[in-house]
Write a protein that binds this ligand. Structure first.
Ligand code: C5P
Length: 302
């Protein structure tokens, strides 16, 4: 029986992100159709004797390794699973970072979900899927989506996830600022919203319907409430998105930003041209595409 697993932790974009209201617990009630994409961190999990959870971080964001492990979502997920399942084993987690940190792409949340799925298998903890979604919700608002992966509609504060069929979508070009402020960005973006920015979730219902019917997603049906506060909160992103709008493109914010994405038809030459334009705006460009649920949840033994 294997002692090590490799699990991919894909990034996400939001086809829609609507905020309905502030809830009595202070969180925001949201409706979002989320999508895993083909850009991922690589997580190696090794089961160990004793009950220690240890962490190593390599790759593009190895500065994360300076953070205390208990603040890392992946470690918190491992501890929560170990305690909930009553497992008397430990794990060494190595995260090879490729997903930009604090960019609105869900990297840290995806790492946490990948650790839950992986350790559930490696430790033979045997927790059902619904329990993993629940534990993911204790770790944060985004991890539950990543336990499901593919295309899914998310509601509540992020903790209710309805799996949808894999979306049919054009190619995606991601634009990410080279450096992100890792502070309390998400909380600040939520706090900047006012009731004028709240909607009923109807755009999300429309996209859910389109996905369920297998219709190709197009710019027209997409929305993100946080775009209403980017001019105030993320002026560089606003400038870049406006420049692209002036060129006739339709940029969409990823989560609470500051990354955004464009949909494009055509092949590598279109991606190349669009990437060059995005780089002139001071953003990194990364051509990618929607990742199916089957591929998003893939794990392999080492
Ligand atoms: O759940 P998570 O720790 O990722 O959320 C970070 C912060 O974002 C929360 O403390 C809260 O201020 C805000 N948030 C919110 N409504 C949500 C999710 C997050 O207000 N649905």
């Amino acid at each position: 029986m294997t002692n090590s697993l490799r699990v991919n932790a894909p990034a996400k974009i939001n086809w829609t992100l609507e905020i309905l209201r502030v809830r009595p617990d202070g969180y925001h009630e949201l409706r979002s159709v989320m999508q895993t994409i083909d850009l991922h961190d690589i997580i190696t999990l090794t089961a160990t004797d004793g009950d220690a959870i240890t962490l190593g971080i390599t790759g593009d964001a190895s500065t994360l390794a300076d953070d205390p492990p208990e603040t890392n979502l992946a470690c918190r997920a491992a501890v929560a699973l170990r305690d909930r399942a009553g497992v008397r084993r430990g794990a060494h987690i190595v995260i090879e970072k490729h997903v930009p940190v604090a960019a609105g792409l869900g990297g840290g949340s995806s790492d946490a979900a990948a650790v839950l799925r992986g350790l559930n298998a490696l430790w033979h903890a045997g927790l059902p899927h619904a329990n993993l979604v629940e534990i993911a919700g204790e770790v944060g608002s985004d991890p539950p989506f990543f336990v499901v992966g593919g295309t899914a509609m998310v509601s509540g504060r992020g903790d209710y996830v309805e799996a949808l069929p894999d979306a049919v979508a054009p190619s995606i070009l991601l634009a990410t600022p080279p450096q992100n402020d890792r502070g309390e960005k998400t909380a600040a973006m939520f706090a900047a919203l006012s009731p004028h920015d709240f909607t009923e979730g109807e755009v999300t219902s429309g996209v859910r319907e389109a996905v369920t019917a297998g219709r190709m997603l197009v710019d027209d049906g997409l929305t993100n409430a946080f775009e209403r506060v980017t001019s105030k909160m993320q002026p560089e992103t606003e400038l870049a998105m406006n420049a692209l709008r002036a060129d006739g493109y339709v940029p969409h914010l990823c989560g609470a930003g500051p990354s955004f994405f464009l949909l494009y038809g055509g092949g590598a030459d279109v991606a190349h041209e669009l990437s060059a334009r995005i780089r002139t705006l001071g953003f990194d460009a990364c051509p990618t595409h929607a990742l199916t649920r089957a591929r998003a949840l893939h794990m392999s033994e080492l």
